[in-house]
Design a protein around this ligand. Structure first.
Ligand code: F0G
Length: 456
């Protein structure tokens, strides 16, 4: 047989709640046309994020019962630490309550005014934590990654020429670090090749710059390397991860993604002095070094999740189910980032809704239309999330206007996915009727979370 099946069966279920189109029109207006402000109960299929929304396994739930809630030296910490060390090979492991807590700690120490962080693409919270420290983040994507329809195996790669040029231009002493996001979330969930990571690591070493990995979706990235990069087909995902992390000085991780946990994260690093500084901050913000903002049971869930994510039957199913949606959209000529990413499908809202200009947020318009049509929640990754204002008050748009449909792990079945594709196709047929939005309220940082809008 050639059908790739969900490599699990379902033991516990949660009912979905259906709404009518009329109800959704009212719900959307009450949420000020911002999907982040819709109550989850009013969503039928929630593809807002793959973060913290995965289904845990029975093994994870069983491990949670074993959680050791001791303040210091918890047994669960040592189990967690061993699981992280096995994958990353890093010397020092610091638990945090989620990815952005690791970022806050690391960037508070390494960032600050006058410093630069170089990346393939920084995710929203990562960029915000860098800017909050007073430093500046610079995204250095390759040319091929700027074209949503261009097919290439590793569209998440950092532009190595631009990396070296930027280091020379700014001066190595002012570069806080280079941090590569795997897979590249804001750029379509695209993987980074081993060759690219090796080369970026070498450049950083040559200039004496720290090299970190934002490892949220490391297993998906490693599976892409196995499938697409020469020399890796026969290696296990564990071996590939081992090599990948060996080129880095450390990593930040949100365990809410490739660790199947509902909460949690960590910072893993080799340098003892930097670790000491991080732990000092950890104790005043997160907690004691053997729990760092988590309960013992959370550490257990992460430890087991990290083992389960390396299962290649799971990764094959995961990557294949993304391709499956892509194939359905391709037949209809719907514009999306190709090839499909590891955790999500990214619709190209600029091409989908050419009549809506960037300053009227085409991504939000499309996202709201998907909710109206079928109760599906997605997220705009475009000028609402990443737009900035010029000195004259005009919007400096994001490079791309995207709508991300992120698929929680082990949560939805193939018929849910068939339904999602059908709704996207229905909206595509009515695309000429869609209009944009203007902002009526926004916060100074991460405005997309709480912005209020109104239809144009
Ligand atoms: N880095 C990347 C690449 C991410 O995708 C995220 C979170 C973080 C860091 C921060 O981790 O949420 O645990 O604090 N991304 C989620 C998303 C929120 O929807 O993509 P966190």
């Amino acid at each position: 047989a050639t059908t790739i099946i969900e490599p699990f069966r379902i033991k516990s279920v949660e009912p979905l709640r259906f709404t009518t189109k009329d109800q959704r029109a009212g719900i959307l207006a009450e949420a000020f046309y911002n999907p982040f402000m819709i109550r989850a109960d009013d969503v039928l299929i929630d593809l807002l994020t793959d973060s913290g929304t995965s289904a845990m396994s029975s093994r994870q739930w069983a491990a949670m019962m074993e959680g050791d809630e001791s303040y210091a030296g918890s047994k669960s910490f040592y189990r967690f630490e061993a699981a992280v060390k096995k994958i990353t090979g890093m010397k020092n492991i610091i638990p945090t309550h989620q990815g952005r807590a690791s970022e806050k700690i690391l960037f508070t120490i390494t960032g600050g005014p006058g410093k630069y962080f170089l990346s393939n693409t920084l995710f929203d919270t990562t960029r915000a934590n860098i800017e909050f420290s007073g430093a500046e983040g610079i995204d250095l994507l390759t040319e091929e990654a700027r074209h949503p329809a261009a097919i290439a195996p590793f569209k998440g790669n950092i532009d190595l020429v631009a990396l070296e040029e930027t280091i020379r231009e700014k001066g190595a002493a002012r570069i806080a670090m280079c941090i590569i996001t795997i897979t590249n979330n804001s750029g379509g969930g695209q993987p980074v090749s081993m060759e690219n990571i090796r080369a970026a690591g070498r450049i950083c070493k040559q200039y004496g710059i720290l090299f970190f990995i934002d490892a949220c979706r490391f297993a998906e990235n490693c599976y892409f390397i196995k499938q697409r990069e020469e020399g890796y087909a026969a290696k296990t995902v564990g071996e590939i991860a081992g090599e990948l992390f060996s080129y880095a000085d450390g990593c930040t991780m949100s365990a809410k993604k490739d660790a199947f946990a509902n909460i949690g994260g960590f910072l893993a690093l080799n340098d003892d002095d930097l670790t000491r500084e991080c732990r000092n901050l950890l104790v005043i913000t997160e907690g004691f070094p053997t729990y760092g903002g988590l309960a013992g049971r959370d550490l257990e869930a992460i430890a087991v999740g990290l083992e389960e994510i390396m299962d290649e039957h799971y990764l094959q199913y995961r990557i294949r189910s993304m391709e499956y949606i892509g194939e359905k959209l391709e037949v209809e000529g719907i514009p999306f980032i190709k090839p499909v990413g590891g955790h999500a499908v990214y619709l190209d809202a600029k091409a989908f809704l050419p009549q809506v200009p960037s300053h009227q947020y085409p991504g939000l318009s499309l996202s709201n239309a998907l909710y109206m049509e079928g109760g599906i929640r997605s997220v705009e990754i475009g000028s609402l999330m990443f737009g900035k204002y010029a000195e004259d008050g005009s919007l400096v748009p994001a490079p791309m206007e995207l709508v991300r449909l992120a698929i929680p792990r082990r949560v939805y079945t193939q018929s849910h996915i068939d339904y999602v594709a059908e709704i996207i196709i229905d909206v595509f047929k009515k695309r000429d009727e869609l209009n944009g939005y203007t902002i009526v309220y926004e916060a100074p940082l991460l405005r997309h979370f709480t912005a209020k809008l109104k239809p144009v």
